[in-house]
Design a protein around this ligand. Structure first.
Ligand code: HSE
Length: 422
């Protein structure tokens, strides 16, 4: 089986070197031989010796090359990547990609083209780097109905929140982000990480392979970590929680909720132990129960490991439908206002008699009950109040928050973080 790689950045160079370093291991695992025959890249990579491979500066040469059976798309982005993949499919090539944006935004079209041509599209590396989560769901849990998927699927945000949580850490947000970029974890545009878009792409794909539903990025509620302050992290710790950037996909009959946002997780939960650039995904299924998958979610070698597994799969000619289901059910994607959650609320109030009573009255009018409450002394003028609530429907909380924000004595907007327990 002849392989062509397009893109020689972080993942492409990791894959190129894995071909060389694990040559005998790859040969032991396939009956037909797997050969790297062409690399399409704009420029060479200092870590790769390209002397023994055919190199082209036009990646579309790889898509048209009759000597290539499998095109590995590692250029990232969506427009050119989509054209490249569709061109390769039209020439009868199987596709392996690490491109979550491509699959989340254009997967339905790409899969339809692949099905029409009788080729496969594999995308294990698009979610959670070295964790074989696609294979775990599609193969290991194939006998189950999957009820929910929850996890931290962006290494950069986990890395930033972990650093912000360290006692005595004086590192700035920008400094930590730069380290993540230097280590090859962050996206080309790091706002994709920080604002939750990268995690939303990955969760879109996870939900589709878990529930057998079309890819629908538009149905996702997406919130990043840029509004989380070190005060929030400290208050949450006082209440026995840490703050993680969590993706949650949940199915109840035809209703599906899809959301990525900062979340309070109790410190004794397994997901709360996942720190640094590491990713973890928990899957709730009817027969196996809850299972959890943990590992490096980004970086050259972990992601190349996932790409190589797909190449080996292609050589073994395992054939499954591209989303793992032969028929997709059309669910009812729930808006964020319909979800139920407990909430962490932080607001500033004037330090006056009766203010706390006003706040609790508003919450009680909206049938929101208080589980815990912290009030901090006024630092300059206002006092900070932090409240943990019981579980309510988000639209109820929206109404309570707007009323709180209209109170004369409330001097800040209300910061809201959802609380989760799995
Ligand atoms: N930017 C991504 C992350 C890379 O930080 O997880 C892996 O998809």
């Amino acid at each position: 089986m002849r392989v062509g790689i397009c893109g020689l950045g972080t993942v492409g160079s990791g894959l190129f070197n894995l071909f060389a370093n694990n040559r005998s291991e790859i040969d032991r695992k396939t009956v037909i031989s797997v050969e790297l025959v062409q690399v399409g890249c704009r420029r060479d990579h200092p870590d790769c010796d390209l002397s023994s491979v055919n190199v082209t500066r036009d990646i579309f040469d790889v898509a048209r090359n009759p000597e290539v059976d499998v095109l590995v798309e590692l250029i990232g982005g969506t427009d050119t990547a989509k054209d490249l993949v569709l061109e390769a499919i039209s020439h009868g090539k199987h596709i392996v990609t690490a491109n979550k944006a491509l699959i989340a935004l254009h997967g339905n079209e790409v899969f339809a083209a692949a099905d029409a041509k009788g080729v496969t599209v594999r995308y294990e590396a698009s979610i959670a780097g070295g964790i074989p989560i696609v294979k775990a769901i599609r193969e290991g849990l194939a006998g189950n109905q999957i009820e929910w998927v929850a996890g931290m699927i962006n290494g950069t945000t986990n890395f930033i929140l972990t650093e912000m949580s360290k006692e005595g850490s004086n590192r700035s947000f920008d400094d930590v982000l730069k380290e993540a970029q230097d280590l090859g974890y962050a996206e080309a545009d790091p706002t994709f990480d920080v604002e939750g878009i990268d995690a939303a792409h990955k969760l879109t794909i996870l939900a589709s392979i878990a529930f057998g539903i079309p890819l629908n990025f538009e149905a996702m509620y997406t919130e990043g970590i840029s509004r989380i302050t070190s005060d929030d992290i400290q208050f949450a710790a006082e209440l026995g929680y840490c703050i993680k950037h969590l993706g949650v996909a949940q199915r109840d009959g035809d209703d599906v909720e899809l959301r990525v946002h900062p979340t309070l997780i109790a410190e004794d939960q397994m997901l709360a132990q996942v720190n640094g650039v590491m990713n973890a995904v928990m899957v709730g299924s009817d027969a196996a129960g809850a299972t959890m998958y943990y590992g490096a979610g980004a970086g050259a070698r972990p992601t190349a490991s996932a790409v190589m597994a797909d190449i080996i799969d292609a050589a073994r000619e395992t054939s499954v439908p591209n989303l793992g289901f032969n028929d997709w059910s059309e669910p009812n994607f729930l808006p964020i206002s319909s979800i139920s959650s407990s909430y962490y609320l932080r607001l500033a109030v004037e330090d006056k008699a009766g203010v706390m009573a006003n706040v609790t009255t508003v919450l009680s009018n909206h049938e929101v009950s208080i589980e815990a409450l912290i009030q901090k002394d006024a630092r300059v003028r206002d006092a900070q109040i932090v409240i943990l609530t019981n579980e309510v429907v988000e639209s109820q909380m929206d109404a309570a928050i707007s009323e709180l924000e209209s109170l004369e004595n409330v001097t800040s907007s209300v910061s809201r973080i959802r609380v989760a327990s799995f």
